[in-house]
Design a protein around this ligand. Structure first.
Ligand SMILES: [Zn+2]
Length: 298
């Protein structure tokens, strides 16, 4: 680009971002209120928190951060709504117990379903698909719960160290300042190029241009736009991932700090807020991977 064109595009860029900032500064927000949980339209047309719905939004957000699936969240909310407090523990270990032999997940199976010996056991799903069977053992739910309590109490004992580790790495691992600068630069780049494309098209309509030259110029600009767009999507995703990880581990560290005696009884909230997954190597070797990445053999 010639320096004149650069100058021109810089001024276009400033105008574009200025326009966006102005719209936000003026508070011109368009929201489909009827379908927007947690907010109502206030008298001045702006957002007002609907406290009753906001409670649900906070709960959904909390459950999501614990790593629960949208399906599980919907089930929990429905159960709560209909007066039941628990949606059952069936789903608690789904997708969270890994077979060390094949790397697949354990699935559940009910034994002696019609007798007083009824119990739910978990085993490698691979056992059912007809291939070579894994050597990893099946586990009953009570065993998993007891092992979890043991591993969780081991990590509680080290909570000060966990907090120190988190504080020392969080900015390096989860910092987003550089990515955010790049995101801003890419958005500006896209604004500039979009404007240049419009100019290019308008010029072609106004003046008789060599069409080969015109097409070359147009394709060049379109390529530049798409490269910036592709990178912008990567950068945005990286930012979201880092923020989600930071939030997840931050919550994990706070959950550890809030507790001052050992865990004596299994409960789903502890399980969800502490454990990423467990890996079964053998009956004697079951390791829990916690949300901060720490692995503890129970
Ligand atoms: Zn397996």
């Amino acid at each position: 680009m010639s320096s004149l064109a650069q100058e021109e595009s810089r001024s276009i860029s400033e105008n574009c971002t200025w326009g966006q900032r102005k719209r936000f500064a003026d508070g011109k927000v368009t929201v489909p209120f009827k379908r927007f949980l947690g907010y109502d339209r206030g008298e001045d047309g702006n957002l007002v928190i609907n406290e009753e719905q906001a409670e649900t939004v906070r709960r959904i957000y909390g459950l999501f951060l614990q790593g629960r699936s949208p399906h599980a969240i919907a089930k929990l909310l429905t159960a709560r709504h209909s007066g039941k407090n628990r949606a059952g523990s069936m789903g608690v270990f789904s997708g969270r117990i890994k077979c060390a032999d094949c790397g697949g997940w354990y699935g559940s199976k009910v034994w002696h379903s019609n007798s007083k010996y009824r119990k739910t056991i978990w085993q490698c799903n691979h056992k059912f698909d007809g291939g070579e069977k894994c050597g990893t053992p099946h586990l009953d739910e009570e065993t998993i719960k007891q092992l979890f309590l043991k591993a969780a109490n081991a990590i509680f004992a080290e909570k000060d160290g966990v907090r120190e580790d988190y504080d020392s790495i969080k900015d390096t691992l989860f910092g987003t300042a550089e990515l955010e600068t790049e995101r801003l630069r890419l958005q500006e780049e896209m604004n500039v190029v979009e404007e240049l494309i419009e100019q290019c098209v308008a010029e072609n309509a106004r003046v008789a241009l060599d069409q080969t030259e015109y097409q070359k110029k147009y394709d060049g600009l379109a390529g530049r736009f798409n490269r910036a767009k592709g990178r912008l999507s990567e950068v945005s995703q990286a930012i979201t991932e880092r923020q989600a990880k930071r939030e997840k581990i931050g919550r994990f560290v706070s959950a550890l700090e809030k507790r001052d005696g050992p865990l004596t009884e299994f409960n789903e909230d502890d399980w969800y807020s502490l454990v990423e997954y467990a890996t079964v190597y053998s009956r004697e070797d079951i390791r829990f991977t916690f949300k901060n990445g720490m692995e503890i053999k129970a």
